[in-house]
Design a protein around this ligand. Structure first.
Ligand code: NAD
Ligand code: MG
Length: 400
């Protein structure tokens, strides 16, 4: 049987890896719709190759440009530019599964639309869950949607847990996420203020979009993943732990009541968790190279807070701080971090100031009740305004 798939963020790192796996199994998957923000050329070649029924761009200008190119090439794809286009291609009756691979809170509304419509939702877009929190999980449960994590750590945890979620609370002691440590694991922390965007985006093990690459360098990616794990697996903040594993072979672990630890291993290639999400509970070829144990020189683990340099990854502890604060605080943290990273990438903020902006925003804004998508989007917008004030404050203190 052929399954139809919508890929949100199809021109990005996760999006192209998803289409790579899909292309290996033309008998199993047919592309229903693709979406991207501004990359018209890349979208055009994806439309030529996968012949989706629909394509969506983030602005009317880009939609028009794509429509003209599609007409010139005689392709069958229709470019949809209604205001709710992303929600529409995610919740459409003829869609079986949705790959949520937009970066940031921009992916929340379409991910929720897919969840509400009861789809199989392959969630790479961790920010959507960090912002959506309990509301997101309630929506999934109410509609009977199937939520499968694509983040490699969460896919590993899911694969290491018993099949029946009802048994998790009685059996699971702890979830241990592994972190590579990013490009600055051994760099002297005093020099972190001089880090450039190009240095921050040069990850040792993974090739990813720019935002998640910066998050990996600050360890905010792991903070977001701790929050993601809390919601996905329903464990308490005290049951979540992080350990550094520079080789990115062990993708994460579950420790059980009897101290036994179950882990998932593999080469660092996002096509593995993507193939797992696409085919679950079956397994299909992913295109990744198998792990060669004879060639592995070492697998090492390090404590996260190296006592000599606790200042290397100050952002990680914000995950627990936000999880213990009122609901909605994780959305505030996410918004602050999106603003700070964008400013860092644009040259308007120093690398070490990303944490300063995140911390100050968390301290300045206490969310009140967030029980709907509009309330969450309001909170997200409010947090971005507060974060911007903090960015300006950093810039003006720099000039003094
Ligand atoms: P990316 O920057 O490479 O791609 C992002 C995609 O989203 C692009 O297609 C872009 O056109 C689209 N997009 C961006 N902003 C948009 C907007 N406002 N509206 C509509 N579309 C928009 O990012 P990525 O590395 O592929 O990451 C995507 C998501 O997956 C992120 O949430 C990231 O944290 C998560 N993730 C990525 C990896 C990885 O290896 N790249 C691993 C785990 C999780
Ligand atoms: Mg990850």
């Amino acid at each position: 049987m052929t399954h139809t798939i919508t890929v949100l963020g199809s021109t990005g790192s996760i999006g192209t890896n998803t289409l790579d796996v899909v292309a290996r199994h033309p008998d199993r998957y047919a592309v229903f719709a693709l979406s991207a923000s501004t990359q018209v050329d890349a979208m055009l070649s994806q439309c030529a190759r996968f012949r989706p029924r629909y394509a969506v761009m983030a602005s009317a200008v880009h939609a028009r440009a794509l429509r003209e190119r599609i007409a010139a090439e005689g392709l069958p794809t229709e470019v949809v530019d209604r205001p709710d286009a992303l929600e529409w291609i995610s919740a459409h009756d003829e869609v079986d599964m949705v790959m949520a691979a937009i970066v940031g809170a921009a992916g929340l509304a379409p991910s929720l639309a897919a969840a509400r419509a009861g789809k199989r939702l392959l969630l790479a877009n961790k920010e959507a869950l960090v912002v959506g929190g309990d509301l997101f999980m309630r929506t999934v449960r109410a509609s009977g949607a199937t939520l499968l994590p694509i983040d490699s750590e969460h896919s590993a945890i899911f694969q290491s847990l018993p099949e029946d979620p009802a048994t998790w609370p009685n059996r699971v002691e702890k979830i241990i996420l592994t972190a590579s440590g990013g490009p600055f694991r051994t760099r002297s922390p005093e020099t972190l203020r001089d880090v450039t965007p190009a240095q921050a985006c040069a990850h040792p093990n993974w090739s990813m979009g720019r935002k998640i690459s910066v998050d990996s360098a600050t360890m905010m990616n792991k903070a977001l993943e701790v929050i993601e794990a809390r919601y996905l697996f329903g464990v308490g903040p005290e049951q979540l732990d992080v350990v550094i594993h520079p080789q990115s072979i062990v993708h994460s672990m579950v420790q059980y009541r009897d101290t036994s630890v179950v882990a998932q291993l593999g080469t660092p290639d996002m096509r593995v968790p993507i193939a797992y999400g696409l085919a679950w509970p079956e397994r299909i070829a992913s295109g990744a190279n198998p792990l060669d144990f004879h060639a592995l020189s070492a697998m090492t683990f390090e404590a996260i807070s190296d006592h000599r340099h606790p200042e290397r990854y100050p952002g990680l502890s914000l995950a627990w701080q936000a999880l213990r604060a009122p609901e909605g605080t994780t959305a505030v943290l996410n918004a602050a971090n999106e603003v700070a990273v964008e400013q860092f990438l644009a040259g308007g903020l120093r690398f070490d100031q990303i944490h300063a902006v995140n911390l100050a925003t968390l301290e300045a804004l206490q969310p009140s009740k967030v029980d709907s998508l509009p309330a969450l989007l309001d909170l997200d917008a409010q947090a971005r305004r507060v974060a911007w004030e903090q960015v300006r404050r950093c810039a003006s203190s720099e000039r003094v």
